[in-house]
Design a protein around this ligand. Sequence first.
Ligand code: URP
Ligand code: ZN
Ligand code: ZN
Length: 478
Amino acid sequence: MSTLLITGGTVVSATGRTEADVLVDGEKVVAVLAPGSTLLGHDLTGSVDRVVDATGKYVIPGGIDAHTHFELPFGGTNASDTFETGTRAAAWGGTTSVIDFAVQRTGERVEDGLAAWHEKAAGSCAIDYGFHQIIGGVDEFSLKSMELLADEGITSYKLFMAYPGVFYSDDAQILKAMQKAADLGLLTMMHAENGPAIDVLAEQLYRQGKTTPYFHGVARAWQMEEEATHRAIMLADVTGAPLYVVHVSAKQAVEQLAAARDRGKNVFGETCPQYLYLSLEDQLGASSQEWGDLEGAKWVCSTPLRSREEGHQHAMWQGLRTNDLQMVSTDHCPFCMKDQKELGKGDFRAIPNGIGSIEHRMDLMYQGVVTGEISLERWVELTSTTPARMFGLYGTKGVIAPGADADVVVYDPNGHTSIGVGKTHHMNMDHSAWEGFEIDGHVDVVISRGEVLVSDGEYHGRAGHGSYLKRGLSQYLI
Ligand code: URP
Ligand code: ZN
Ligand code: ZN
C-alpha cells in the first residue's frame, strides 16, 4: 500500500472550499489536514511515498458521469467507444467513475443483457464503473427480473418514451414498471420524448424533401419533450415512484420538473453540456467542405439541440443554479462520421443518435464557473457529489473525506485547454462535437483509488484498474 500527499491546494466540496492537504493511504483518503499540519508528524511530505503539489490549484472529488453508452448497439451500428477507450478518455478529462446502461430489448432476458454488459466491461476499464439497466421490453418477465437488480448493485433503470420499435415503452408498460420500481425502491430514469408523434413528424418532413440533420431538431420539437415529461411525472405520481428525467433540453420540460418539485415530488432532471452550449441553428444547421450539410450529423442526438433564439440554453443554466436540474451527465454516445453518422446521408432519420463528450464534461462545466453561470461549489456538486448521492455511491464517491475512495482531481484554474481532434482528443471518434472550444482551466492530475492515472500531461492508467461499483439505493430522495 502506498501513501500520497496532495499539498497546498484548495479543497473544494459541494458546500465550500478550504486550504488543506489530503493524505491518501492505499485506495482511501485518510485525512484532510490544515496545510503544514504536524498532527501526523513533523515531516509528512518526507514520509509519504509520493507528494502531489497542488499549490494554486483546486482539489476536487473525481467526476462521476452517470450517463454513458459504451458500445451501445443503436441506429444500425455500435457506439464507437469501448469500455476501454471510453473510460481512458474519461480519465484524461477528470472523470473517475461512470455509470453505463446495460441493455435489455423486447424478448430478451434482463439477466442476459446485464451479463453481456459485465462481460464487455470486466478487465477493460481505466476507472470505476457501474450500470443502470435499460428495460427496452417491459413484459411479465422483465418486470419480474427487476426484482434482482438491487442485489446486483443496479438501483436505477431506464425507460424510453421515444424510439418506437427499439426501446420504446407505451404508457401501460411505463405504469407497470413504475409500480414495480416503487415497490423495490428503484429510481426510474426516463427518456421523455413522445416517440410515436415524433416519428410521424419526421416522416412528413422527409416526404417534403426536408432530409438534412437540421430537421432532426425540427421533428423532435420541444412540445414533444414537454408533453412526455409531464406524462412521465403524472405516471410517476400515481405510482409513487421517484423519477429522474435524463438529457433535458427544453425549457418547457424544466418548467414541468420545477412545478412537480414545488409540489414536493421526488422528481429530478439531468442536462448535458450539449444543451448548455450548442444549438439547433449553429450545429444541426452546419455545413462543411468535407461533409456538406451532413456536417450537422455530428450533433444529432436525442433529445435534440434546441433553438438558441428560443432561450433553451439560458434556461438550462438557470435550472442548474436553482436546482430545478440537479446534475450534468454527458449521455456519451459517440459515433464516427465515416461509416456511422454518414448512414443518414439524405435521410436524417437514419443518422445514429449521439454525441461524445465524456472527456470534456469537467472542463466544459468549469467554463461555466469562469463565465459566472455557476459557482465553484456548484460545479463540484453537479459533476460529482450529486451524481454520487443520486445513484447510491455517496461517501465512497463524490466527496474528499476520510474513508472515501481516493478519487481526486487537481484542477488548475490558471491552465488552459484547447479542445479538438489532434489537441485533446482521446475518444474513439473521427471528429469532436466540441472542436474549437477553449477552456480557461486544465485537468492536471487525476487519481483513482489512490493510483495516479494522469499527471504532467501523461497517461499512467491501465485497462483493468477500474472496478465494478455495486450501488446502493438513491441517497437524494426527499
Ligand atoms: O442521442 C442519444 N441520446 N443517444 C443515446 C441514446 C439515448 O437516448 O440516451
Ligand atoms: Zn435517451
Ligand atoms: Zn443516453
